[in-house]
Design a protein around this ligand. Structure first.
Ligand code: 4AD
Ligand code: MG
Length: 464
């Protein structure tokens, strides 16, 4: 009889129909007179039953099927009784099947390569197989939903998307993390941030954003640093620092609301956080962490807590959290990753940390009019990760910018096009960059940003 060719996610609207579904064997449970197969096709999971009735478990070689074998199944989609655990509440009663491509069993079986307790090197060497698993694929689906929702929020708020270059000849965030390469005999870099280019778009296109890879030659191995990451950046003209904070809060909350109202994505986020609690328990048992942190994601409440750098220094000292030299924090100290994470975890709320000292921030940041020791800058910190966003108002005065190049030892020539923005009709403006993998680590309760990237790159890994 005829069968309708469907993706798994379409089955829900095709109950009591004979269908043809192709996919990978995700799980398999042979029982006495039947075999349960969970089929995966990327669009979803489908519970399939092969029974003795149609001689299916005996014919061909159903019992010798291995995980990850590709197969086409024919049969009728039936609703399962309430309380049954089949994905989407239905299952496929298979009456015929064809094997397309077999996968190895034994030592080479996928379950032996990407076991949950596999060591990290094996896991990342086999990222192409790891991404087939429930945790990785759920994280990547949340990632796609978040990117889509950001684009929607920017569109709603009237920002235009642009695509700045990745190959550049200027730095944005300091020379020490630049990836340099040979560009037809000239020195060039992989972009650290598209910010400077976004600034040049304001007079032409108005407020703009981009979702683009940024590259940092980070020489430290941490849970939140990648060499290549996806950077969501925006730039807005004729705004105040306060406008910038309000816009950022609006963008984050609006985007998360969009993601959270999709029941499927919400379920992925909840499942991932539940999984995070199991992982945390395993880390605690192995002595990798000294206290158990509870993972649960809820959309953040507005307004975010605002805290100046000066207040944060005081807060850290009151809580006996030392600086990198093991001493109390003093004005001008960088707030290191460990201290920042600790503070964010204790406060356990999104925080806008503002007004960092001039010396520890980038050359382009505008100084605070009331206190010229500090900049109109903001980091947004989230529990479990710490900094996920960095932003600021930009120096819009020509002379001041030229002086800043000098102060930082940056040669002004290669920046002529950036400098020109202050010459040909300057404007107060500001913007920010969101690290997509860090935002996801926070939402999905992931231990490291590496697991929020399709193929993560960090010092020592550029493959697969
Ligand atoms: O704080 P950063 O360095 O700020 C900038 O690049 C600005 N030019 C952005 C702007 O204003 N348009 O980076 C912004 C964010 C960080 O808050 C962090 O989330 C992420 O980018 N980030 C990284 N994520 C993963 N791995 C790395 N090595 C990262 N470095 C920064
Ligand atoms: Mg930063």
């Amino acid at each position: 009889p005829a069968a309708k060719k469907l993706k798994i996610k379409e089955c829900v609207n095709n109950r009591d129909t004979r269908v043809k579904v192709s996919g990978w064997v995700h799980r398999m449970r042979p029982q006495k007179n039947m075999i349960f197969i969970t089929l995966r096709d990327g669009s979803g999971l489908l519970q399939c039953i092969l029974t003795d009735k149609d001689n299916l478990t005996k014919t061909y070689d159903a019992l010798t099927l291995t995980l990850e074998t590709t197969i086409t199944l024919y049969g009728e989609i039936k609703k399962v009784p309430e309380g049954s655990h089949a994905p989407d509440g239905h299952e496929l009663h298979v009456d015929y099947y064809e094997v397309i491509g077999r996968a190895p069993g034994g030592d080479e079986a996928i379950s032996n390569i990407v076991a949950p307790d596999a060591d990290p090197t094996t896991k990342y060497n086999n990222r192409h197989l790891t991404i087939r698993g429930d945790i990785a694929s759920a994280t990547l689906k949340v990632r796609a939903a978040v990117v889509k929702a950001f684009r929607k929020s920017y569109d709603d708020l009237g920002l235009l998307e642009v695509t700045p270059p990745c190959m550049v000849q200027t730095q944005v965030e300091g020379g020490s993390t630049l990836f340099e390469f040979d560009y037809y005999g000239e020195k060039a870099y992989l972009t650290q941030s598209s910010q400077l280019y976004l600034e040049t778009c304001l007079p032409s296109l108005g407020d703009v954003f981009c979702i683009q890879e940024s590259f940092r030659a980070e020489k430290s191995l941490t849970r939140r640093h990648l060499s290549e990451y996806t950077h969501i950046e925006a730039e807005l003209a004729f705004i105040t620092f306060d406008d910038l904070l309000c816009h950022l809060e609006e963008m984050i909350c609006r985007t998360i609301d969009t993601v959270w109202t999709d029941p499927q994505i919400r379920k992925f986020i909840q499942d991932l956080n539940e999984e995070a609690n199991k992982e945390e328990k395993r880390r605690f048992e192995k002595g990798e962490v000294t206290e158990i942190k509870h993972y649960e994601f809820n959309p953040p409440q507005r307004p975010f807590k605002r805290m100046t750098y000066v207040d944060a220094i005081q807060w850290l000292n009151e809580h006996n959290i030392p600086n990198e030299d093991g001493e109390p924090h003093k004005f001008g100290d960088d707030i290191a990753e460990a201290a920042e994470r600790r503070m964010t975890d204790i406060i356990n709320l999104p925080i806008f940390l503002t007004k960092f000292p001039v010396e520890i921030k980038a050359f382009y940041m505008k100084k605070d009019l009331q206190d010229p020791r500090v900049t109109e800058s903001v980091d947004c910190l989230m529990p479990g990760v710490g900094e996920i966003v960095g932003g600021s108002m930009r120096m819009d005065n020509l002379e001041e910018l030229l002086a800043a190049y000098k102060r930082e030892g940056i040669p002004a020539d290669p920046y002529y096009w950036f400098t020109d923005q202050r010459k040909y009709g300057t404007t107060p403006h500001g913007g920010y960059g969101i690290g997509l993998e860090r935002l996801l680590a926070w939402m999905c309760g992931r231990w490291t940003v590496k697991d929020c990237s399709l193929y993560p790159r960090w010092m020592g890994r550029c493959t697969p």
